[in-house]
Design a binder for this molecule. Structure first.
Ligand code: SIN
Length: 337
């Protein structure tokens, strides 16, 4: 059952899906159809992307009779994603989620930071309706673009009875916001859910689910603070590597200004979150100076298993990029109003 009914027809199921565009390769344009690399992301409007699949959608049992709306929230290459677009997106997603006739949302997004946006939306909004991230590895102008199928699949997932929470759809696979990560630079199935595995797959317009939908509780006060705050707490992400001598940490501390102080550091450690001894010394100094430090792993699979003598807290299973955002939220929530 879709989770709410239109206010003027309380007995009718909600059958509207809203597609919010933010840019990315799914909206990319190249000067030649054979060019899958030298294109500009975030060029084609979301209305155009939706129009391209609407005819086919009407023929699918899952989507037949549904109403679709498109809204352009942003038009960016997602490598440039940041608080300004996230604030707009959070606001528009929240706006549409409370509309009774809306059963779910699809967000078209670049693949490069999709996992960060998906995690943020789930962490703050924990929607009781589905919010499905759709993307592509080839531009819209490609000879054989993957965006239209991914968008169709995302619409089908959003129309699935009982669907909830933020998920991502790519190459026929559905990934939870908490697990999804981009793992390949070029392949069409560029995403993975790590050890957890995907939530399910889309087969001819129907979801086959292996795992439950993401759960969580919306944080309304945090949502309002994120929207009201233009300068989110500054949290940087660094990596441990052979020869990592801590100079980058000392430089960050030296450059920390009262107007934009360094509040947090996430370090992607080697293996089980281990750190070069010199980097560890610099991070311990940063922590002693009041910077909150979290330790993750640069491994694509697995998570840091904490030990009793760890000098630095771990990321609780979050990938370094998601842990960075989690720390931003934690620090913002802890700030005095
Ligand atoms: C982007 O992330 O916006 C560009 C790359 C992509 O979508 O695959």
């Amino acid at each position: 059952m879709p989770q709410s009914a239109p206010a003027d027809h309380p007995n009718l199921p909600a059958r509207t899906l809203v597609v919010l565009g933010t840019g990315g390769t799914i909206a990319g344009r190249a000067s030649a159809v054979g060019d899958n690399v030298g294109y500009t992301a975030g060029e084609v409007g979301v209305g155009h992307l939706l129009a391209g699949v609407q005819g086919m959608a009407a023929q699918l049992h899952t989507l037949s009779g549904w109403v679709f709306e498109a809204e352009q929230v942003a038009q960016v290459d997602s490598k440039d994603m940041g608080p300004a677009v996230w604030r707009s997106l959070l606001a528009r997603v929240a706006h549409h989620l409370v509309r009774p006739e809306v059963a779910g949302l699809v967000v078209t997004h670049g693949t490069d930071t999709l996992e960060e946006t998906a995690w943020l939306l789930q962490a703050v909004l924990a929607p009781a309706k589905p919010v499905v991230m759709a993307c592509a590895m080839r531009p819209a102008t490609a000879l054989v673009p993957d965006g239209p199928q991914n968008l169709m699949d995302a619409l089908c997932v959003a129309a699935t009875p009982g669907a909830r929470g933020v998920v991502a759809v790519c190459a026929g696979q559905v990934h939870q916001a908490g697990h999804v990560q981009k793992v390949h630079t070029y392949r069409l199935d560029a995403f993975d859910s790590g050890d957890a595995g995907p939530l399910g797959c889309v087969e001819e317009g129907r979801l086959r689910a292996w795992q439950p939908w993401p759960e969580g509780t919306a944080d309304r006060p945090l949502f309002q603070r994120l929207l009201a705050t233009t300068a989110w707490p500054r949290v940087e992400l660094i990596t441990s590597h052979a020869g990592a001598d801590g100079a980058v940490v000392r430089a960050l501390l030296a450059a920390s200004l009262p107007s934009a102080p360094l509040r947090g550091l996430v370090v992607a450690g080697t293996g089980n979150g281990t750190l070069h001894a010199d980097l560890l010394t610099a991070l311990a100094d940063a922590q002693a100076a009041g910077v909150v430090v979290r330790r993750g792993t640069r491994c694509a699979y697995g998570q840091v298993v904490p030990g009793p003598h760890d000098a630095l807290a771990d990321t609780g299973g979050l990938s370094p990029v998601k842990a960075r955002l989690a720390l931003v939220l934690e620090l913002l929530a802890a700030d005095p109003c």
